[in-house]
Ligand binder design. Structure first.
Ligand SMILES: [Fe+2]
Ligand SMILES: [Fe+2]
Length: 274
């Protein structure tokens, strides 16, 4: 795998040209971008755990630390600078410190697995999620500098998916789990996507910016249902489903049958979560 670092840098982003008026008054954009910067910048923790779990696989560990982690950290730094430019009164450090303290304990090597192949399949799910998410941000962004930034990040996330998929194939050649077993793992990880980290990241961002307003689970549900509206408009469901199914290497005829059903089901789930 290619281990060279990111193909772009913060210098490529025209922060000085940001049109603040397009976003400054939108609390949902603030919450989404600040939360994303928190989650991305915690990648040093995820990378450490993964390198520990895959100890001995030097090729994978080199890719993880020299390519993957560097790019994820850069996503975090680039988003942080974007958020601080549009919302200069936001104390990013304080919000992130809260998030790290609360979410850090959930990131443990013991929670990875259950096998090296299946953890790689799970990483493919995560990167499918991020690639799709930044595609949506890119397409919905009302502010041109954010559009450019989201495009860079989206391309990296697609690259991460390809990297993890490459290693998934290598491990699967040795461990050869059944399609059924891999499918169950993919499903389990899809169901988990919406769990702790998003809630804690959004809550810590809001609590620091709006200290007078409590942020309860009900507020998060309301936030999520507004984001579901964005998803109905711009989430790349066909791309996400194609990426999700790839580790199963379904026969083409089965794929043609299953993919549209899943795309429809995913759209249905989002439509229901108003
Ligand atoms: Fe990322
Ligand atoms: Fe990624």
């Amino acid at each position: 795998m290619m281990n060279k670092g990111p193909g772009w840098s913060l210098e490529d982003i025209a922060y000085q040209d940001i049109d603040r008026s397009r976003l400054a008054g939108h609390a949902d954009w603030f919450g989404l971008l600040a939360a994303s910067s928190f989650v991305e910048i915690l990648s040093d923790l995820y990378a450490r755990n993964l390198a520990e779990y895959y100890a001995g696989d030097d090729d994978l560990c080199a890719w993880l630390t020299q390519k993957w982690e560097k790019e994820e950290m850069q996503h975090g730094r680039a988003l942080r600078r974007y958020v601080e430019t549009v919302w200069p009164d936001f104390d990013w450090e304080r919000g992130f410190a809260g998030f790290r303290a609360q979410y850090g304990p959930y990131c443990q090597t013991a929670l990875l697995g259950p096998t090296r192949t299946l953890e790689m399949a799970a990483r493919c799910v995560v990167e499918t999620g991020t690639a799709s998410f930044y595609t949506m941000i890119h397409d919905l962004s009302p502010e041109p500098v954010l559009t450019t930034l989201a495009g860079h990040i989206r391309n990296d996330e697609v690259g991460h998916y390809k990297g993890f998929y490459h290693y998934y194939r290598r491990y699967q050649d040795r461990e050869s789990h059944s399609r059924w077993r891999v499918g169950r793992e993919l499903w389990r990880r899809v169901a988990e996507i919406d769990s702790e980290d998003a809630y804690l990241a959004v809550r810590n961002a809001y609590q620091v910016r709006y200290p007078q307003q409590p942020f309860e689970p009900a507020d998060f549900r309301a936030f999520r249902s507004r984001i579901s509206g964005w998803m109905r408009e711009a989430y790349p469901f066909p791309m996400a489903v194609k990426m999700l199914l790839k580790p199963l290497s379904l026969p083409p005829a089965v794929h043609r049958l299953v993919a549209p059903m899943l795309i429809g089901a995913a759209r249905g789930v989002v439509a229901l979560s108003r």
